[in-house]
Design a protein around this ligand. Structure first.
Ligand code: CAA
Length: 258
C-alpha cells in the first residue's frame, strides 16, 4: 500500500516503518497517525512479519503532535474526536513486538509514541521530553501515565512541569530506553534485535509481550496468575518441545509457531 507520511519495508520477517514528514520533524498529524495505525495493523495481520521497528529521521523520531493541526481546535473538537485515542488503541493492541528506534527529538506525542512500543533503542543523539506545558497544555497521548511508570514520579513530574528534555544517557539511566547505540548504527541495531526476536517462537513471543504488558494493568497476584497460566499453556506447543530438545541436543531450534 502507498503511504504519504510513512515508508514501510519488510525484509527478513521484520517490517521497518519510517515516519516521513521531514519538513515538520515528523510531527504526528491525523494522516500520519492514521497511516501508522493502518501499517501496523497490516504488519500484525501479515504472516510473513514477525517483528516491527518504528523509526524517524536522524533529526527527529517525532517532535510531537502537530501543533499547526491542533492550534485551531476547541475543547469540543478534542473531546468529541477523543484526539487520536483510536489510533493509540490500535497501536497498543498490536500483538507482534514493536521496537522504537529513536534518534533526535522524541517530544510530546513523539515520546508518547515511542513509549507505546514494546521497548526503545536510542541513538546517542536522542532527546526525550514532554514539553506540552510550554504550549499551555499537557501530555495527551499517555505521557503522564507511561513516563511515570518508566522513570518514576519525581523525574516524570519534573519533565511534565518544566518541559525539559532528557538526553540518551539519562534516558538509559532512568530506564526509559533499553540501550543506547551510536546514531549511525541505530536502524541496523534495531533491525538486528528485531531479527533475533523474529527467530523465536511467535507464540512464546506474543505470550511474553502480553504478560509483561499485563503487569501495567493489574495487581501483582493477578499478574503472576496470568503469567503462570500463559507459561503452562506454552507447554502445549510443539515449539516448547523443539526448543528444549534443541537445547539438549546442542543444536539451534527450528520453531514452527505450532
Ligand atoms: N508540530 C508541527 N510542526 C512542528 C512541530 C510540531 N510538534 N515540531 C516542529 N515542527 C516544524 C516547525 O514548525 C518547523 O516548520 P517550518 O520550517 O515550516 O517553520 C520545522 O518543523 C522545523 O522545526 P524548527 O525550525 O523548530 O527546528 P529546530 O531545530 O529549531 O527545533 C524543536 C526543533 C526543538 C523540536 C522544535 O521544533 C520544537 O520545539 N518543536 C515542538 C515540540 C513540542 O512542543 N512538542 C509537543 C507538541 S504537543 C503534543 O505532542 C501533545 C500530545 O501530548 C499529544
Amino acid at each position: 500500500m502507498a503511504y504519504s507520511t510513512i515508508k514501510t519495508d519488510t525484509k527478513n520477517s521484520v517490517t521497518l516503518i519510517r515516519l516521513d514528514r521531514p519538513d515538520a520533524l515528523n510531527a504526528l498529524n491525523s494522516e500520519l497517525l492514521g497511516e501508522l495505525a493502518t501499517a501496523l495493523s497490516a504488519a500484525d495481520a501479515d504472516p510473513k512479519v514477525r517483528a516491527i521497528v518504528i523509526t524517524g529521521s536522524e533529526k527527529a523520531f517525532a517532535a510531537g503532535a502537530d501543533i499547526k493541526e491542533m492550534s485551531e481546535k476547541t475543547f469540543a473538537d478534542m473531546a468529541l474526536s477523543d484526539f487520536f485515542a483510536a489510533e493509540a488503541n490500535t497501536i497498543t493492541a498490536i500483538r507482534k513486538p514493536i521496537i522504537a528506534a529513536v534518534a533526535g527529538y522524541a517530544l510530546g506525542g513523539g515520546c508518547e509514541l515511542a513509549m507505546m512500543c514494546d521497548f526503545i533503542i536510542a541513538a546517542d543523539t536522542a532527546k526525550f521530553g514532554q514539553p506540552e506545558i510550554n504550549l499551555g497544555i499537557m501530555a495527551g497521548l499517555g505521557g503522564t501515565q507511561r513516563l511515570t511508570r518508566f522513570v518514576g514520579k519525581s523525574k516524570a513530574m519534573e519533565m511534565h512541569l518544566t518541559g525539559r528534555f532528557m538526553d540518551a544517557a539519562e534516558a538509559e539511566r532512568s530506564g526509559l530506553v533499553s540501550r543506547v547505540v551510536p546514531a549511525a548504527k541505530l536502524v541496523e541495531e534495531a533491525l538486528d534485535v528485531a531479527g533475533k526476536i523474529a527467530e523465536k517462537s511467535q507464540i512464546a513471543v506474543m505470550a511474553a509481550k502480553e504478560a509483561v504488558n499485563r503487569s501495567y494493568e493489574t495487581t501483582m497476584s493477578e499478574g503472576l496468575l496470568f503469567e503462570r497460566r500463559s507459561f503452562h499453556a506454552l507447554f502445549a506447543t510443539d515449539d516448547q518441545s523443539e526448543g528444549m530438545d534443541a537445547f539438549l541436543e546442542k543444536r539451534a531450534p527450528q520453531f514452527r509457531d505450532k
